[in-house]
Design a protein around this ligand. Structure first.
Ligand code: HAM
Length: 419
């Protein structure tokens, strides 16, 4: 006999149910509406891509590529479950010949990173990945930031998130800066932790991102990228900030913000809250003009962001919970014919009021148990159908909050709700 085994979900991969699932979908609905209103079209890409696509795009020296990817061999190919959405989207845009004109695209779904799980940080998490291709102008960066600001308003969390923004300038500026950083940190090698010492040659900018408290002083005294900006970089950044000022969106210029992925240039930003503990970044993005070319496409300016659905949903639950609409009606059905008739009337009601929730009770339990369920559901009305109602072609409608009850003919049923 086979051993009885209780299976568990994989570490860092959550089941979502009840309120968690409700808030998750609530965020998705709101984001989709906002994307539509800004002219973004859905473009869904696969979860599996070639490993090399990610290592080239995200960068060999990043945490994501170095230690967080779920990678496996499939015959002769090395495949990876996408740790983020941008690389796949850029691959798809090139493959589908969309590197001309303007293309504003989004996808949403699960992403996978083997990080240490904690509240707000999962190994399977979910993102909206939103990308605009073909616009080099800084106003495109700004429009995306304003779009996210609109979204926080719509979701009721605007006052709990702060915009941190920086410019990573151009690759040649960054190369000069990189040299200066290596020089500076080499002198202070003893103050760096082993992770940062390892990064010194490969990816010294990432040292600035370290959260190690013992390193904050040496980071604070490091040379600033802004001291190396050229005119093009400075002008690009000014134009982005001007749009934010004009729109009245507040921000903090944060010159330690370098992001965890290598493909960025010019604008980078993150929306951060202090209400979720250490996993407070709900959205991050920036410009990545070099990525298309880097993975074999035509040079194509691009800017985008990733919105963490899990964290955004958690934040709303925590600081701006929503009164969920209760069901309109709960059908209390006593007997086979009552159930058959109930299914028909419930569907008529759904046709008339498609936004509302209508529940039918279909197990053979007594009136009392069914009323208990009706009350528990929070429904406004119980619709009662028993043998007598079938004979008389009518239903009982009970207002569950007030306790009042009336009899309504089948023919007048919809009219009762829809007048
Ligand atoms: P990212 O900053 O790595 O950017 O991720 C974007 C968002 O995904 C984060 O701000 C966070 O809310 C969420 N997130 C990331 N990792 C986790 C995790 N382990 N658990 C829960 N939530 C997480 C990107 O992925 C870029 N592709 C964004 C982008 C698009 N840049 C340009 N276009």
């Amino acid at each position: 006999m086979k051993e009885k085994k209780q299976f568990q979900s994989i570490r860092g991969m959550r089941d979502l149910s009840g309120d968690d699932a409700w808030y998750f979908d609530y965020v998705c609905d709101a984001v989709r509406k906002t994307l539509h209103s800004h002219g973004y079209a859905a473009f869904h890409t696969p979860i599996l891509e070639s490993t090399e696509l990610f290592s080239r795009s995200i960068g060999e020296g990043t945490d994501v590529v170095e230690k967080e990817m779920f990678t496996f061999d499939d015959h002769d190919d090395s495949l990876t479950m996408r740790p983020e959405g941008t690389a796949g989207m850029v691959r798809a845009v090139i493959q589908n010949g969309l590197t001309f004109g303007t293309n504003k695209l989004w996808t949403a779904g699960p992403m996978f990173r083997r990080e240490r799980p904690q509240k707000g940080r999962y190994r399977q998490f979910h993102q909206f990945s939103v990308e605009a291709f073909g616009v080099a102008e800084p106003e495109q960066d700004a429009e995306q930031i304003l779009m996210t600001a609109n979204l926080w308003e719509a979701l009721g969390i605007a006052e709990y998130v702060k915009l941190h923004i920086n410019s990573l300038a151009t690759p040649s500026v960054r190369e000069n800066y990189r040299k200066a950083l290596v020089e500076y940190f080499s002198v202070h090698l003893d103050k760096l932790d082993t992770d940062s010492q390892r990064r010194l040659d490969k990816n010294p900018l990432r040292i600035l991102d370290s959260k190690n408290p013992a390193m904050q002083a040496v980071i604070a005294d490091a040379p600033k990228l802004s001291d190396y900006w050229d005119e093009v970089s400075e002008n690009h950044f000014k134009r982005v900030l001007n749009c934010l000022d004009t729109a009245g969106v507040e921000y903090v210029v944060d010159d330690t913000l370098v992001r965890g992925l290598d493909y960025y240039n010019h604008t980078v930003y993150e929306w951060v809250t202090d209400k979720l503990g250490s996993q407070g970044t709900i959205c991050g993005g920036g410009r990545y003009d070099g990525l298309c070319e880097l993975i074999g496409g035509k040079p194509t300016p691009a800017v985008g962001f990733g919105l963490g659905i899990d964290r955004t949903a958690l934040l709303i639950q925590e600081v701006a919970p929503i009164d969920q609409e209760k069901p309109l009606a709960y059908f209390v059905l006593l007997g086979e014919q009552a159930k058959a008739q109930g299914l028909v009337l419930a569907n008529q009601l759904r046709d008339a009021l498609p936004e509302r929730e209508i529940i039918t009770h279909l197990t053979d339990t007594g009136m009392k148990a069914q009323f208990k369920k009706a009350n528990q559901s929070g429904a406004e009305y119980a619709i009662i159908i028993g043998e007598e109602e079938i004979v008389n072609q009518q239903v009982g409608i009970k207002n569950l909050a007030e306790g009042s009850q009336q009899i309504v003919a089948f023919n007048d049923f919809i009219h009762f709700f829809n007048h």
